[in-house]
Structures are given as structure tokens and as C-alpha cells.
Design a protein around this ligand. Structure first.
Ligand SMILES: NC(=O)c1ccc[n+]([C@@H]2O[C@H](COP(=O)([O-])OP(=O)(O)OC[C@H]3O[C@@H](n4cnc5c(N)ncnc54)[C@H](OP(=O)(O)O)[C@@H]3O)[C@@H](O)[C@H]2O)c1
Length: 220
């Protein structure tokens, strides 16, 4: 097998699928770990290597890393299963644990969310009520990654939309209330690939928001 440049967890659809598409477009060899019941037809059409595995099972994560031996890893897994277990916490921690035991990699990038980590306390009670559980699970994975000894970057996007990518995203050290809170999945995918190989973003958590539209800025 050609050496795999990028292994993705959570790329059957949405932002992860956009990253796969862009990376393949750049000539990279891409692999994805996906559950066996997932629809991987779009990934197959792209020529991506699909390994079956469930991130709740650490053995699946270990086996995937052993088989693929990637140069870089990006995880975007989100959501919770029927038993209420959150893959963005538990699943991501399994991936990080398995990575700690495997060959060294150039970068491990974890996509979480604006509002995680040190940003949590500044959130309104309303946001904490509706998103708190997910944000705390993602923060747990962030903290695990920071302590892991892996070469890490964390990407915290604002609310995701399916608007076309604008290229108008910005990379910030913290949340900025003067900018839009929403960002398109296509822009987040581009932002992930922008920071993935950039040493500037190593050991940093980057918040991704959208710049104001020119129109908005004129009327501000
Ligand atoms: N929605 C928002 O506004 C928002 C805002 C900020 C950050 N985020 C976060 O950004 C990330 C990307 O979001 P998105 O909406 O583009 O993607 P998404 O639709 O949430 O995709 C989640 C991915 O995780 C995979 N997954 C779930 N459980 C898994 C498991 N046990 N093992 C392996 N894979 C599993 C899913 O695969 P299947 O096809 O098998 O389900 C899917 O590929 C997520 O972590 C999300 O929470 C979302």
C-alpha cells in the first residue's frame, strides 16, 4: 500500500468528507476509519482507503493505526450513541490512546468546537444548557490530547453551516464576538488543511470563525 499521508476519523460526511476530498485533490493518499454500517460510497468514489472500525472500541483504533501507519491524523468525530456515550469524548480519547502506543506521527489534529476549554466559562447559561454536555466531552478529549506528548493542534470551529465555502475564514487564538459565529463546513475543511502542516499552529488551539462580509463591515 502507498504510504498514507492522512488518516481521518469521522469523515463519512460533512466536514470530514470535505477534508478527504480536498486532500485527495492535492494528491495525498487518504484513509478513513468508519463504522461498518456507515455509508462510505462517497469515500470509495474518491479512492480513499476505508478501514472498518468503531471508535468506541480501542482495539479497532489500534488495528487501524497498525494497518495504515499514517503520517498525520485528523479526528472530527461527533455525536452520541443510543446509550448516550459521546464519541467526541470517549471515541477521541481512544484514538489518542492508540496513537500514543503506535509509530510517531507528524501531527494529530482534533476538531472540537468554539466554547471548549478555557472558552467554556464565558458562555451564556443558555448555551451551557443546550451544548454543555457535548462541549465538556470535547474538552475532555482536548485535555487528554494536550497531555499526550503527541504533536497536536486543536481546531475549534464556530457553528457549522452548509453554505458554500467562502475562503473568508479566520484563524484566531480565541473566540471573537465581533465576527460571525457561524462558519461553513467547507471553510473549516480548508482551515484544517491550512493549519495541519504549519508549525505555527503546533501545540495551539485555533478558533475558526468567518470574517465579516464586506457588506457587514460597511454597515458596522
Ligand atoms: N454542528 C455544529 O454546529 C458544530 C459546531 C462546532 C463543532 N462541531 C463538531 O465538528 C465536527 C464535525 O461536524 P460535522 O457536522 O461536519 O460532522 P458530523 O456529521 O457530526 O460527522 C460525525 C462523524 O463522526 C463519525 N462517527 C460517529 N460515531 C462514530 C464511531 N463510534 N466510530 C467512528 N466514527 C464515528 C460519523 O460516522 P457515521 O457516518 O458512522 O455516523 C461521522 O463521520 C463534529 O465533531 C461536531 O461535533 C459541530
Amino acid at each position: 500500500m502507498k504510504k498514507v499521508d492522512l488518516l481521518l476519523f469521522g469523515a463519512t460526511r460533512n466536514t470530514g468528507l470535505s477534508i478527504a476530498c480536498m486532500a485527495v485533490g492535492k494528491g495525498e493518499a487518504v484513509a478513513v476509519m468508519a463504522r461498518k454500517e456507515s455509508d462510505v460510497s462517497a469515500l470509495k468514489r474518491l479512492g480513499v482507503t476505508v478501514v472498518h472500525g468503531d471508535a468506541f472500541d480501542i482495539q479497532d483504533c489500534r488495528r487501524t493505526l497498525n494497518d495504515i501507519r499514517p503520517r498525520r491524523v485528523v479526528s472530527l468525530m461527533g455525536g452520541k450513541n443510543a446509550q448516550g456515550r459521546r464519541v467526541c469524548g470517549e471515541g477521541n480519547i481512544n484514538v489518542i490512546c492508540a496513537l500514543e502506543e503506535s509509530d510517531s506521527i507528524e501531527r494529530c489534529l482534533l476538531v472540537t468546537s468554539m466554547g471548549c476549554g478555557e472558552q467554556y466559562e464565558a458562555l451564556s447559561d443558555h448555551v451551557k444548557k443546550f451544548l454543555g454536555e457535548a462541549l465538556r466531552a470535547k474538552t475532555e478529549a482536548e485535555n487528554y490530547l494536550k497531555k499526550s506528548g503527541l504533536p497536536w493542534t486543536i481546531v475549534r470551529p464556530g457553528g457549522l453551516s452548509d453554505e458554500p465555502a467562502s475562503g473568508n475564514f479566520c484563524l484566531l487564538d480565541g473566540a471573537d464576538r465581533s465576527r460571525k459565529g457561524y462558519v461553513s463546513r467547507g471553510d473549516v475543511a480548508a482551515a484544517v488543511l491550512r493549519v495541519l502542516d504549519d508549525p505555527v499552529w503546533l501545540y495551539r488551539a485555533v478558533t475558526v470563525q468567518c470574517d465579516k462580509d464586506v457588506e457587514d463591515a460597511i454597515h458596522a
